[in-house]
Design a protein around this ligand. Structure first.
Ligand SMILES: [Zn+2]
Length: 427
């Protein structure tokens, strides 16, 4: 934190670290040869988990029905694959939180308007479905409780990473389209936004990074005026996909001016666009902001072959993004990092990519692409989706030619520089 504060950046962004007391705690250390974290217990050191994963089977209650594209089943299969992949080989590296209550009204009101909460609560008591937005997000019986449980998962994970300085993972969350007063884009309550509001209320500065194929409008507009929230969002160009927002000129307002960065990518863009841009733009912005916590919305609908979006990111591209974010969290926030899931409409991609992210957050190596997936998991996948599961952790992608050329990166970076008043390094 001290080293980071010496970096060049706007003077008004500097502030005292919020966790001096925790950071100075002698109870924790890292064994350099293994990277494992140690804690002293009764005069001896024992290994403690590197990360927490929040997954309750009750998250499956967030269910719009069999014909709706969004399903927590694929997130559940990601959590299951992560569990199977680590259960025998690294049982001590992940701490699982499997019991998550429904968030209370006061928690939900940190972000959402009371009258909207009443509306959802009433809709969830009806036997029939009603629309909660203009078309994509229907109610279902118990939708208030199911949505509020996802929120509690995000808040629980947020508190864990703040207090214990280890990455926390909420693969069922990341419902980033919900606004303060309305549902949108399959999102009833915005778990990420509530967790961020909870952190802001505690006086924390939050860097929110969103790699979902859709612009995270609920989070960005929810904190558009906030000087406590840096928002960096990579997404498919809003002129070609829902929700039609997230342009470089949208930079925030008031205290939030200059703290919202939008990077729209054309349909067909893949790792060759995402990864160099991410490496070039995200570290300088996050370093100059000096957050206490980083939140990464890890939607997987930018993956090639997605049923709804039209980007072509690969598992290798996602892993590179994860590594950059993990390194930034280590450098700037003492590993205070919350990662949520998000969109993703091809279960083969969601299951494997979100499981891989869980491995990286736990400090574990990724399996080879050719490594075989557990038979037990493949059976569960087949039962859930009625089709053959992938056989291995990776596959040979069948990609369309990308429209992205290096000049596109230069143009977007120049636009961002003029809109944000920032300077980014040369590629
Ligand atoms: Zn999405």
């Amino acid at each position: 934190m001290v080293a980071a504060a010496c970096r060049a950046g706007p003077a008004h962004l500097f502030r005292a670290p919020a966790f001096e007391r925790l950071d100075a705690s002698p109870l924790h250390g890292t064994a350099p040869e293994s990277g494992r974290r140690l804690a002293r217990a009764g005069g001896r050191y024992v290994t403690v988990p590197r990360s927490r994963v929040v997954w309750s089977d009750r998250f499956l209650d967030y269910d719009f029905g069999p014909h709706h594209p969004f399903s927590e089943v694929s997130r559940g299969l990601a959590a299951r694959l992560l569990d199977l992949a680590t259960r025998d080989s690294a049982p001590d590296r992940i701490e699982w939180s499997r019991s998550v209550p429904v968030a209370g009204r006061a928690t939900l009101e940190l972000f959402h308007r009371p009258e909207y909460l009443d509306f959802v609560e009433n809709a969830g008591e009806l036997a029939k479905q009603v629309l909660l937005d203009t078309g994509d997000t229907p109610s279902f019986p118990g939708c208030y409780e199911a949505s509020a449980r996802l929120v509690e998962g995000a808040v629980q994970a947020f508190d864990y990473t703040v207090e214990l300085r280890r990455p926390a993972y909420h693969p069922a969350g990341g419902l980033h389209h919900a606004h303060t007063n309305r549902a949108s884009g399959f999102c009833i309550f915005n778990d990420a936004a509530v967790a961020i509001a909870h952190g802001v209320k505690r006086g924390l500065r939050i860097a929110y990074i969103d790699i979902d194929a859709h612009h995270g409008d609920g989070v960005m507009y929810g904190f558009y005026d906030s000087g406590k929230v840096l928002d960096i969002d990579f997404h498919q160009d809003g002129r070609t996909i829902f929700p039609g927002t997230g342009f470089p000129h949208e930079v925030g307002r008031g205290d939030g001016a200059g703290l919202k960065a939008n990077l729209p990518l054309p349909p067909g863009a893949g790792d060759e666009a995402l990864v160099p841009l991410f490496r070039r733009v995200v570290p300088p912005l996050v370093r100059s902001f000096l957050p206490d916590v980083i939140v990464l919305q890890h939607g997987v609908d930018g993956h090639y072959g997605d049923e709804i979006a039209h980007l072509q990111f690969s598992p290798a591209g996602y892993a590179e993004v994860d590594r950059v974010v993990l390194a930034l969290a280590h450098e700037l926030t003492h590993d205070r990092l919350l990662v949520t899931g998000g969109g993703g409409y091809r279960a083969e991609s969601v299951g494997r990519v979100l499981a891989r992210t869980g491995l990286l957050l736990a400090g574990l190596d990724l399996p080879d692409d050719a490594a075989v997936l557990p038979q037990e998991w493949r059976k569960e996948f087949h039962r859930a989706f009625g089709r053959e599961a992938p056989a291995t952790w990776g596959e040979v992608p069948d990609l369309d030619p990308s429209p992205w050329i290096p000049d596109d990166e230069s143009k977007l970076v120049r636009t961002l520089e003029s809109q944000l008043g920032a300077r980014f390094p040369a590629p």
